[in-house]
Design a protein around this ligand. Structure first.
Ligand code: GLP
Length: 263
């Protein structure tokens, strides 16, 4: 596990974008797993800039988003489809036929639909690099506390905490989604490399529990302890409850010196 601590939002986004951009340069047909949320915005802005100013080419990149609210059509302002088009796809040259985002507008046959999403990931050859955010309750994707650590893409009922966190994005009287379609923990763990981004003090407990706490379905991000290649990029506030920061710092220094390709 690598932990990179950054002080400003700008540095945080730039570091995440640098890792994604390097992965795209090494493999122009990268299979890239993507996340939504305010924490990812700096990374998406920087990737847009690298595309325009440094000709970073996404034309062969294949993307798979983690999740989508059930019941929101793609054009809904709060859908993850809308978020992705607004903040990333409209600024880079990913071929629309290579974009995969779970369809929140489906009705019925959910298992069949979720199996087809898993099959699309398999058909593409699996995910090379998966970007994640983290919820206040330690969720990744929409894998709420008590999700099976072996779970696959499925319909998931959102926790009260997540629904409350999302309330601010919806207008008064507007119905807030109570379910989502999300890749499972088992799906996420099959990605070759994982990059988790966290910022702000509201994520401090989730980050400490995920990295230094026990492996538990109560904090689904703790399942990343099972993965051999995870990089956390956190700001000072999100990292404030970590106990072994000096050790992570030394690991990073040694990695730069001995195995810089890991970065
Ligand atoms: C939602 C998404 C998660 C994301 C989380 C954090 O719950 N399903 O994938 O990590 O939001 O969002 P933010 O970065 O806005 O705190």
């Amino acid at each position: 596990m690598l932990l990179v601590l950054k002080s400003t939002d700008e540095e945080h986004g730039r570091e995440a974008a640098r890792i994604v951009a390097n992965a795209v340069r090494r493999n122009p047909a990268l299979r890239l797993g993507l996340a939504t949320g305010s924490t990812t915005l700096g990374m998406y802005n920087e990737l847009g800039r690298l595309h325009k100013q440094n000709a970073l080419d996404f034309s062969r990149v294949v993307t798979f988003n983690l999740d989508e609210y059930l019941g929101l059509p793609p054009e809904h302002a709060q859908s993850f489809h809308h978020f992705m088009h607004q903040n990333f796809f409209s600024n880079v040259n990913v071929d629309p036929k290579n974009i995969h985002i779970p369809d929140g507008a489906i009705v019925g046959n959910y298992d069949q639909y979720c199996c087809s999403y898993e099959q699309a990931i398999r058909d593409a050859g699996g995910i090379d690099l998966q970007v994640l955010g983290i919820g206040r309750n330690g969720h990744i994707g929409f894998n709420e506390p008590t999700s099976s650590l072996g779970s696959r893409t499925r319909l998931k009922v959102l926790s009260k905490e997540t629904i409350d966190d999302n309330r601010k994005f919806f207008g008064p009287g507007e119905k807030i989604p109570e379910c989502a379609i999300t890749m499972g923990i088992g799906t996420i763990l099959e990605a070759k490399r994982i990059l988790l981004l966290a910022s702000g003090s509201s994520k401090a407990a989730a980050i400490a529990n995920a990295i230094e706490g026990p492996l538990t379905a109560s904090v689904t991000a703790s399942a990343l302890q099972l993965h051999p290649d995870v990089t956390f990029i956190v700001d000072q506030e999100a990292g404030s409850q970590l106990k072994q920061k000096d050790y992570y710092h030394r690991v990073l220094e040694m990695t730069v010196a001995l195995t810089p390709d890991r970065l």
